[in-house]
Ligand binder design. Structure first.
Ligand SMILES: [Fe+2]
Length: 234
């Protein structure tokens, strides 16, 4: 069961990583067969609601596809079980940020909030990068309803199937220069990242830093990734 597998991840370390650095490694969650199964869906257009060629929007180079509802079982199970583990931290996080938000325990209830605000479209996506492709630094926000974390899984084998293509996180700190993290992911490995902000404890209470993420250019081969965004979009 995916719920069990996600429940068994080292959550205290993941949460500590989110608070300290804006991201927490989940470890290897998906098997090679599962990764190959997921990226195989990329060739089934009826499973997707929208295809984005990044170059057209100057988002980068390469393409991604947003899944249509109903999501593939594995994507839906990952989204539900990861949400359950992160909802409590999300509430503490928003309180530290002094932002009004309250996240219910279950994804289903959160999605109902999204839908009431007109955010009805599914946002989990598959991304495909070929040699020369990259993803510019950005945030995945699709309206007022937003969950403060999202998850990314690499579905291809670094070195064997592609080179380059590291996940990038850049933290903009107030009155200081930005700090970057380059995260190499193995096949099946996941990472939870902040969607937008990170609360930082300062001398006079909490302040917030702003995060953007992207992918450095793939040098050779082909890299697939799965993005799990919890809020639906407009
Ligand atoms: Fe993104």
């Amino acid at each position: 069961m995916m719920t069990q597998r996600i429940g068994d991840l080292p959550w205290s370390e993941v949460r500590a990583g989110l608070w300290a650095n804006g991201y927490g490694r989940l470890g290897c969650v998906l098997t090679r067969v599962e990764c190959e199964g997921l990226r195989g869906i990329y060739g089934e257009p009826e499973r997707f609601r929208r295809r984005i060629e990044m170059e057209r929007f100057r988002f980068g180079k390469g393409e991604y596809r947003y899944f249509a509802y109903p999501l593939p079982d594995m994507v839906s199970e990952l989204r539900e079980s990861l949400y359950c583990e992160l909802a409590g931290t999300a509430n503490e996080w928003m309180e530290a940020l002094s932002l009004p938000a309250s996240y219910p325990d279950k994804l289903e209830s959160f999605l109902e909030c999204c839908h009431r605000q007109g955010q009805n479209r599914p946002t989990p996506l598959l991304l495909r990068y070929r040699a020369g492709d990259y993803n510019c630094l950005h945030q995945d926000l699709y309206g007022k309803a937003a969950f403060p974390f999202q998850a990314i899984f690499c579905l291809s084998r670094p070195d064997d199937e592609f080179s380059g293509g590291e996940l990038l996180l850049v933290e903009q700190r107030p009155r200081a220069q930005s700090m970057g993290h380059a995260i190499r992911l193995e096949q099946g490995e996941g990472v939870a990242i902040t969607t937008r902000y990170r609360p930082v404890q300062g001398g006079r209470g909490w302040y917030r830093t702003n995060f953007r993420h992207g992918v450095s250019p793939v040098e050779t081969g082909e890299r697939y990734a799965l993005g799990i965004i919890f809020h639906d979009g407009e």
